[in-house]
Write a protein that binds this ligand. Structure first.
Ligand SMILES: [Zn+2]
Ligand SMILES: [Zn+2]
Length: 292
C-alpha cells in the first residue's frame, strides 16, 4: 500500500454506533436464545462441540497472544507469518481489527480509571464489560495507533478484516456441512460460530470488568487492576491483571510456574522452535514500560 493511501486510513468512526448495537444485539440474542433452542430442537453433535472447543482456543489465543501480548505490548517478537496467523485467529473473535483493538488497549493502560480510559471501571461493571462499545469514547485517539500503523502486518489485517471475519464465520458451517450435510453445518455454525463468539467476547470483557473490580492487588495499588485466577481459567492466563498492569511488557501475565497462563506457555513453546524471540520479562523490562 502506498504511503498516501495509508495516511488516508482513519481510525475515526466509519459507521454509526447503531451498527455496533445491532451486531452486538444480534450475536447476543442468537447466542442466548438461538443456540440453546437449536440444541433442544435438533441437538448438537460431537463435531459441533469439538469445533466449539477448538475455535474457543484458537480465537481466544489469537486475542491474548496476538492482539494483546504481541501487538499491544510487544512482549515478544516473531516472524511475520506467525504474526499474521495470530491476527487471523484474533480477527475470528469479532473484536475489531488489531489496529483498533490495540489502540484502545494502549489507551486503557495509559489512562487507566480516567475519562480517556475506554473501559473505565470507575463507571461501573457494565460500562467496563461491554457498555464502552456503544460510547463515543471507543473511537480511538490517533496517537495511540501511531506505532501500530508502522507495522505492515497489522495494516494488512486492517484492510482485510471483513474477509477474515467472514472466513471465521464460514469455517464451522463448512466443516459441519462436509461432515453431515447442511443441517449439521447450521448446527456447527450455531455452536462453534455464534455461541463460541459470544463466549470469547464475554471472557475477554471480564478482564476489563471483573479484573478491575474484584480480586487481589499483590503487585501495585496504583490503579484498579486486580488478579483473578478464576478469570485466567477462561482467558488463557489474562486474569493476573494486577501483575500485567504493573509489568505490562512482560510476556507472562502469571509469572509463577504454577500460574495458569496458557498464553505464556504458547509463547515460550514457540520460542523453543525459533518462532518467537526477545521474550520480555519484568526483570528485563524493569517495571512499567511505555507502549507508545
Ligand atoms: Zn486493565
Ligand atoms: Zn494489556
Amino acid at each position: 500500500m502506498s504511503t498516501s493511501a495509508e495516511s488516508a486510513i482513519q481510525l475515526k468512526r466509519t459507521y454509526p454506533v447503531y451498527i455496533t448495537k445491532l451486531l452486538f444485539g444480534l450475536v447476543t440474542l442468537s447466542a442466548v436464545i438461538g443456540v440453546p433452542a437449536y440444541g433442544l430442537l435438533v441437538g448438537y453433535t460431537w463435531l459441533d462441540w469439538t469445533m466449539f472447543g477448538l475455535l474457543y482456543m484458537i480465537t481466544g489465543l489469537g486475542i491474548t497472544v496476538g492482539y494483546h501480548r504481541l501487538i499491544s505490548h510487544r512482549s515478544f517478537a516473531c516472524p511475520d507469518w506467525v504474526k499474521a496467523a495470530f491476527l487471523i485467529a484474533g480477527g475470528w473473535a469479532l473484536q475489531n481489527s488489531a489496529l483498533k483493538w490495540g489502540a484502545d488497549h494502549i489507551r486503557h493502560h495509559a489512562n487507566c480509571d480516567q475519562d480517556a480510559d475506554p473501559y473505565n471501571a470507575q463507571l461501573g461493571f457494565w460500562h467496563s464489560h461491554c457498555g464502552w462499545l456503544f460510547s463515543d469514547q471507543r473511537y480511538v485517539d490517533e496517537k495511540y495507533a501511531t506505532r501500530l500503523r508502522q507495522d505492515p502486518v497489522i495494516m494488512w489485517q486492517y484492510r482485510n478484516y471483513t474477509a477474515i471475519v467472514l472466513s471465521g464465520l464460514a469455517l464451522p458451517f463448512v466443516v459441519g456441512s462436509i461432515h453431515g450435510g447442511l443441517l449439521e453445518g447450521v448446527g456447527c455454525f450455531m455452536l462453534a460460530g455464534v455461541g463460541r463468539t459470544f463466549a470469547v467476547l464475554n471472557s475477554t470483557f471480564c478482564i476489563n470488568s471483573v479484573c478491575h473490580l474484584w480480586g487481589n492487588q499483590p503487585h501495585s495499588q496504583s490503579d484498579s487492576s486486580r488478579d483473578s485466577w478464576i478469570v485466567s481459567l477462561l482467558t488463557f492466563g489474562e486474569g493476573y491483571h494486577n501483575y500485567h498492569h504493573t509489568y505490562q511488557s512482560d510476556y507472562r501475565n502469571g509469572p509463577r510456574w504454577y500460574n495458569f497462563d496458557p498464553s505464556k506457555w504458547l509463547i515460550y513453546t514457540l520460542s523453543l522452535f525459533g518462532l518467537a524471540w526477545s521474550l520480555r520479562t519484568a526483570s528485563a523490562a524493569e517495571g512499567k514500560v511505555s507502549n507508545l
